[in-house]
Design a protein around this ligand. Structure first.
Ligand code: F6P
Length: 544
């Protein structure tokens, strides 16, 4: 494994940006807008139907020029080309990174180890389509001959968050006589509550796991098998009630699922980048193969935009660079994602894994410690709920929290004046964040002097507003690829590898060591705190 990566702080423009930050950090958005009446229209991009307003960011034209320069120095263009060409840019695992190939149209040629991967991708998509159509038409029968009406996806991390997010986001387009649910947590409550009211004879489990060895998923899959067979009494029922989505055919067979009922993908699809692979089978069942193709087309359109647009007109590049600006120069710790659409309620959770597992790294690709801040903490809730919860801190707290607001001009559920209320809130919040309310304004309104400090809004709190016509499968695909590539951009600038996740290993190893200890009767050799906790658990369960 050899890679020469220059830490971002050693790129010539990093230093220039540090000096530039000193010069502009106290500029107020009020002044930037006053000085430039055209700022609002100028600092916006309209790409693939996403109107991306970044005027309310603490940047000048010079800032953007320098950030683009930084991207060039970091070799972003070469990194993008290497990813799309199937080079093994996941260096610590020796893998190509080709989620973009999953959305490529038939006829494209993309090679990994001398083999064109596109025909295989379309073969799996075709197999998924046949299966999804059978389920949707009630032609996939359970063991007793009843049609399948309930689909339960069992998976965790990338094998859950993307599918559940997409299902919720596209529920409007889903086939409503199917019940589609998701089990992820190894906490038995998740499985029990999810299946409580389901009839095993009408239930199909999609066991989704890239590795097919993940403890949580395998435990849930085993419980699903037991639950199913307790009602259907014959192991032959597994073939009608279980399908697998995995890269690991031998583990799938060992579990007892016929590989004829397996939908494959490849090691060059990272878990958190896998919702457009066979991992999206539940999405396809929900919205149909045509809807799923629209989702893929949306991703592909954004992939092509990212691959070809000049950096200063490139949505994922601009989004990624703004993140670098706030994280590494302003020292912002978090990034809020605030969808003003109820259907996107799981989008922030989905982005947490995508971003934090990708760029939550402390060393560069060649193993050197970074001396700057990397990956932000992503979090959020749909507006307007968040406004009545945590926006207080965003507006008047001591922390700088850049916000992404995502909103749609047309509601999928027009109801009285609801949508105007919703949209008035998203416009108002971004305005309030940027411009605030001064003591002068408050006094002019006659606010008593002792309340002035409490009612003052400093403003200068940055936000992006993405305004899109309507939430469709295609638009969701565009948004997914937008964030995927923004994260890639950040990884390239910070010099970290966005496609491995060694940071999840240690906890897994220690848990595997502790499992047998929880049976009791073993000598505990942890630190005194962990020993005491385990002892207390054993005592509570009378396992001495
Ligand atoms: O949490 C670590 C992780 O490896 C994720 O990256 C991945 O999405 C998840 O576990 C699930 O893995 P699998 O699909 O192999 O079950």
């Amino acid at each position: 494994m050899t890679t020469k990566t220059t830490p971002a702080s050693q790129l010539p423009t990093w230093r220039t940006l540090q000096q530039h930050h000193q010069a502009v950090r106290d500029l107020h958005l009020r002044d930037l807008f006053d000085a430039d009446p055209g700022r609002g229209e100028r600092m916006a991009l309209d790409v693939l139907g996403i109107y991306f307003d970044y005027a309310k960011h603490r940047v000048t034209d010079e800032t953007l020029k320098l950030l683009v320069q930084l991207a060039n120095e970091a070799g972003l263009r070469g990194r993008i080309d290497a990813m799309f060409a199937g080079e093994k840019i996941n260096v610590t695992e020796g893998r190509a990174v080709l989620h973009t190939a999953l959305r490529a149209p038939k006829g494209r040629q993309i090679y990994v180890d001398g083999q064109d991967v596109v025909p295989g991708i379309h073969e799996v998509l075709d197999k998924m389509s046949v299966f999804a159509k059978q389920v949707r038409a009630g032609r996939w029968l359970g063991f007793t001959g009843k049609p399948i009406r309930n689909i339960v996806n069992i998976g965790i991390g990338g094998s859950d968050l993307g599918p559940v997010m997409a299902y919720e986001a596209l529920r409007h387009y889903s086939q409503r006589d199917l019940t589609i649910r998701y089990v992820s947590n190894v906490d038995g409550t998740d499985f029990v509550e999810t299946t409580r009211d389901l009839d095993p004879a009408e239930t199909l489990f999609l066991i989704s796991s890239k590795t097919f060895t993940t403890q949580e998923t395998m435990a849930n899959a085993q419980s699903a098998r037991d639950w199913c067979l307790a009602a259907l009494h014959d192991p032959a029922a597994v073939a009608r009630h279980f399908v697998a989505i995995s890269t690991n055919a031998s583990e799938v067979s060992k579990f007892g699922i016929d590989t004829a009922n397996m939908f494959g993908f490849w090691d060059w699809v990272g878990g958190r980048y896998s919702m457009t692979s066979a991992i999206g089978l539940s999405t396809m069942i929900a919205i149909g193969p045509e809807g799923f193709r629209e989702l893929l087309d949306g991703c592909h359109a954004m992939d092509e935009h990212y691959r070809t647009a000049p950096f200063d007109q490139n949505l994922p590049v601009i989004m990624g660079l703004l993140g670098v600006w706030y994280t590494s120069f302003f020292g912002a710790e978090t990034q809020a994602v605030l969808p003003y659409d109820q259907y996107l309620k799981r989008f922030p959770a989905y982005l947490q894994q995508m971003t934090m597992e990708s760029v939550g790294k402390q060393v560069t690709l060649d193993g050197a410690r970074v001396d700057y801040q990397t990956g932000a903490i992503y979090w959020g809730e749909p507006g307007t709920n968040g406004q009545h919860s945590f926006y207080q801190l965003i507006h008047q707290g001591t922390k700088l929290i850049p916000c992404d607001c995502i909103a749609f001009s047309q509601s999928l559920n027009p109801l009285g004046q609801h949508h105007d209320f919703l949209m008035s809130n998203v416009f108002a919040q971004a305005e309030a964040l940027a411009f605030g309310k001064t003591a002068l304004q408050l006094r002019a309104e006659g606010v008593p002097e002792e309340l002035v400090p409490h009612k003052t809004f400093d403003g200068n709190r940055p936000s992006t507003t993405m305004l899109i016509e309507r939430l469709t499968p295609r638009v969701l695909g565009e948004l997914v690829a937008l964030y995927e590539h923004a994260v890639f951009t950040q990884g390239a600038i910070w010099g970290v590898g966005p496609f491995d996740q060694w940071g999840v290993q240690l906890g897994k190893e220690l848990a595997n060591r502790i499992v047998p200890e929880l049976a009791g009767g073993r000598e505990l050799r942890h630190d005194s705190s962990t020993n005491a906790l385990i002892r207390r658990y054993l005592l509570a369960n009378r396992r001495g």
